[in-house]
Design a protein around this ligand. Structure first.
Ligand code: GDP
Ligand code: MG
Length: 162
């Protein structure tokens, strides 16, 4: 069976935009504001001759009080079924407590993790990406899912773990 790459992260960091970028087409639903409830969606994908299943963990019910619990729940299921986790953080926002919560789940799961520092649209955000070394997950890969910046290098790092 194909290895599973699960894209995990809190709402609005750009997971679905990244999934579309990897697929080379618009299939995952991108929302300006989180709020559409949707199940996990799997897509067949390929990079550098390596076939894998790409899982977008989309759609969170917005509930300010409960958002941590929901993110943890979604992330936990996705991490469980993943061979490798692609953890997406919004570099322009920096690491939030919700991100830290996902990091704790990742540590517990002991799965290989590739860290994507998204929304690095230009050189001005490179320093923001470097700050994510503080998460303790290794090298933050600076990418712009919106503009396609850094995606090839990111996927090279991913397929090394698959
Ligand atoms: P998800 O909730 O994590 O799946 O995030 P989405 O993919 O739905 O994106 C949330 C918002 O962030 C949308 O308005 C996207 O256009 C925007 N976005 C995603 N990637 C980037 C990026 O690389 N740069 C910028 N500036 N915006 C982005
Ligand atoms: Mg999404």
């Amino acid at each position: 069976p194909r290895p599973v790459l699960a894209v995990v992260g809190r709402p609005n960091v750009g997971k679905s935009t990244l999934v579309n970028r990897i697929l080379g087409r618009r299939e995952a639903v991108v929302e300006d504001k989180p709020g559409v409830t949707r199940d996990r969606v799997s897509y067949p994908a390929e990079w550098a001759g390596v076939d894998f299943t790409l899982v977008d963990t989309g759609g969170w019910e917005v509930d300010v009080a409960g958002i941590h619990a929901r993110v943890a729940e979604q992330a936990e299921v996705a991490i469980d079924l993943a061979d490798v986790v692609l953890f997406v953080v919004d570099a322009t926002v920096g690491a939030t407590s919700t991100d830290e919560q996902v990091v704790r789940l990742l540590r517990k799961a002991r799965k290989p993790v590739v860290l994507a520092a998204n929304k690095v649209d230009g050189p001005r955000q490179e320093a923001d990406a470097a700050e994510l070394w503080s998460l303790g997950l290794g090298e933050p890969h600076p990418i712009s899912s919106l503009h396609g910046r850094g995606i090839g290098d990111l996927l090279d790092a991913v397929v090394e773990e698959l």
